[in-house]
Design a binder for this molecule. Structure first.
Ligand code: COA
Length: 226
């Protein structure tokens, strides 16, 4: 199988994929697995990874209880009633801070190397991704892989709702009550409270209006009739 390395004009280089790429690991798989498990027993972080792996996709109420229990010991901060649905993944969980009543959807993924704060009552829909890291890419003389990374924190305000499969870029600040539509790609900006964002790149398409209590609305209507 040939892999194209560069598509710049007149410089199409390819490399043969070596059979080494597909070489199976050495030694019987079971022995390796046992070795890995023993190693994990003596390493706090590995123990946590294994434990979380066991509960990550657990369905039902026990799944919620166990995921919360395993995760919250490692989070930077965690409020009451954190609800984590099946399949949630993360990096640098110690840099995630959650308020009360946060709801994290199925298969959400938070990369928190730069720090992530999630306010009370925030909802992350299914498949939402929050990223706080970019590859540095300012140089063209060396591969991007060798240029290190840049980190920017993300803040999800109180009562924010991030719709399914939205992607939140490093550096985003979503003010209280913002709504992000499904599939939006939200760039590094500071969004004021109650804005509704949609699209790729995400734009503000509206502002949530506070609902008037019924008696106040009637009062306003009668005064405008006079
Ligand atoms: C953001 C959202 C809540 C808005 O819903 P809504 O108030 O019913 O809004 P509407 O569908 O009437 O759309 C309002 C306007 O925004 C636009 N809009 C809505 N979603 C959009 C999107 N993803 N991209 C671009 N424009 C969008 C509509 O075209 C419409 O524009 P128009 O007034 O010019 O016609 C909804 O679009 C959404 O994304 N919901 C998330 C669903 C989800 O992820 N559920 C999982 C549960 S956690």
């Amino acid at each position: 199988m040939q892999v194209i390395l560069s598509l710049s004009k007149g410089d199409v280089r390819t490399r043969k994929q070596t059979t080494n790429d597909q070489k199976p690991p050495r030694g019987p798989i079971l022995a390796m697995l046992i070795k890995e498990l023993i190693r994990a027993l003596f390493n706090k972080q590995q123990r946590f990874r294994f434990r979380y792996h066991c509960v990550r996709n657990l369905p039902g109420e026990y799944g919620f209880i166990l995921r919360r229990r395993v995760i919250s010991k490692w989070m930077g901060a965690v409020g009451r009633n954190l609800k984590v649905h099946e399949g949630f993944r993360f990096r640098n969980i110690e840099l995630i801070k959650c308020g009360d009543n946060v709801n994290i959807g199925v298969d959400a993924f938070i990369q928190a190397g730069g720090g992530v704060e999630i306010g009370d009552y925030a909802i992350l829909g299914p498949g939402v991704k929050i990223w706080t890291q970019n590859h540095a890419s300012s140089r063209t003389d060396i591969p991007i892989q060798q240029q290190g990374a840049e980190y920017k924190p993300v803040t999800i305000g109180r009562d924010v709702w991030v719709g399914a499969n939205a992607f939140i870029m490093p550096g985003v600040i979503l003010g209280e009550g913002c709504v992000v539509s499904a599939g939006a790609v939200v760039g590094a900006k500071n969004y004021p409270p109650y804005k509704i964002l949609a699209g790729n790149p995400a734009r503000v398409i509206g502002t949530r209006q506070p609902e008037q209590p019924a008696d106040k609305a009637a009062e306003n209507a009668s005064s405008s009739e006079q």
